[in-house]
Design a protein. Structure first.
Lengths: 195, 195
């Protein structure tokens, strides 16, 4: 198994976390965005977006994090990280979609503007991200984990850009249940630092 | 089964399409956004986002479209619309994530600004949406459907806001393979108009 990444990438971190928690060996293919290695013809053939992560396993290629996490969890994680029954699978995928919505396009895009990685209206992104944090806070005040009362890939998918929200100018102190959940994720067996 | 919606909603349209294609009976709960019915205490209890669609079936509640489509496909669609093997499931979820990324935060948000449903930088959204259309065009020039060489929920999830892109000021004529795919979706048994 091969993971194309650069170490600071929050989206690649989702896969590094899951691979570590599942105790799966893999090879890292390190890319340097500053050298244009994400936009090379060879890499664009793997991923038309020109982004990391890309996961390769046998003949399969996954060029974004949601599909890659689903693949790893379903293939190697038994019923634990992603169940196969309709309702359980859908509850996890609902919170995976949340990670692609308020968390990515709110919290992470605000951070990306601050870090000068993209343009756009930072206050618009912050507002969208804070609306997401309010939903998370309400949910996590009553539930230890996002879906099914246990750790699933939904927690791993949401964790990186929630925990990095302060880098986008969004303090997490107003969201104590979110902070407590961040600590619980960081205490999971196999948790690793991003950098 | 109960679907909370208003008829013009593109996200609710994804579920109406899938329910129609699966030939499943359901009750519509029609809400009027102009009357504040999405922000009532009762509705916010079902969906903290205050948005449609919400799908209820037995005791299960799904408050966004991805999870609800996964639920319907896995419970009622056999292996056709969403397979259960790791690689197949992940390929479909990859394109479901695409519908939540370039398509929603590019094409649909550009449309939402034009229709005065939200603020933000319309040119930023259009640029992001066009980058998504370029990826779709490249893929659909070689593949009839988004995942697994057959119709899956990935096609149904991407179709509404791709086909509505012109309402956001994004012409589809530069993307002939995308237009041909839109026509193929519209020719599927059970396809219905949005309004």
């Amino acid at each position: 198994m091969k993971l194309h990444l650069f170490e600071r990438s929050g989206n690649a971190y989702k896969l590094r976390l899951l691979l570590s928690m599942l105790n799966l060996p893999y090879d890292k293919v390190l890319l340097d965005p500053a050298k244009g290695e994400l936009k090379s013809a060879a890499f664009l053939k793997l991923n038309p977006r020109g982004q990391v992560p890309v996961l390769e396993d046998g003949g399969e290629v996954f060029w974004e994090s949601t599909g890659a996490m689903v693949y790893l969890a379903r293939k190697f994680g038994g019923e634990t990280w992603l169940p196969s029954d309709a309702a359980g699978l859908a509850q996890v995928m609902q919170w995976m979609a949340f990670a692609q919505n308020e968390v990515l396009f709110g919290l992470q895009w605000a951070r990306a503007v601050v870090l000068k990685l993209r343009g756009g209206d930072v206050e618009e992104y912050r507002g969208y991200g804070r609306a997401g944090l309010a939903i998370l806070e309400q949910h996590l005040a009553k539930n230890a984990w996002l879906a099914l009362n246990r750790t699933t890939i939904a927690d791993i998918a949401n964790y990186p850009y929630v925990s990095l929200a302060p880098e986008g100018g969004i303090a997490l102190e107003p969201y104590p249940a979110v902070l407590a959940w961040v600590s619980r994720v960081q205490a999971l067996p196999g948790w690793i630092k991003r950098v």
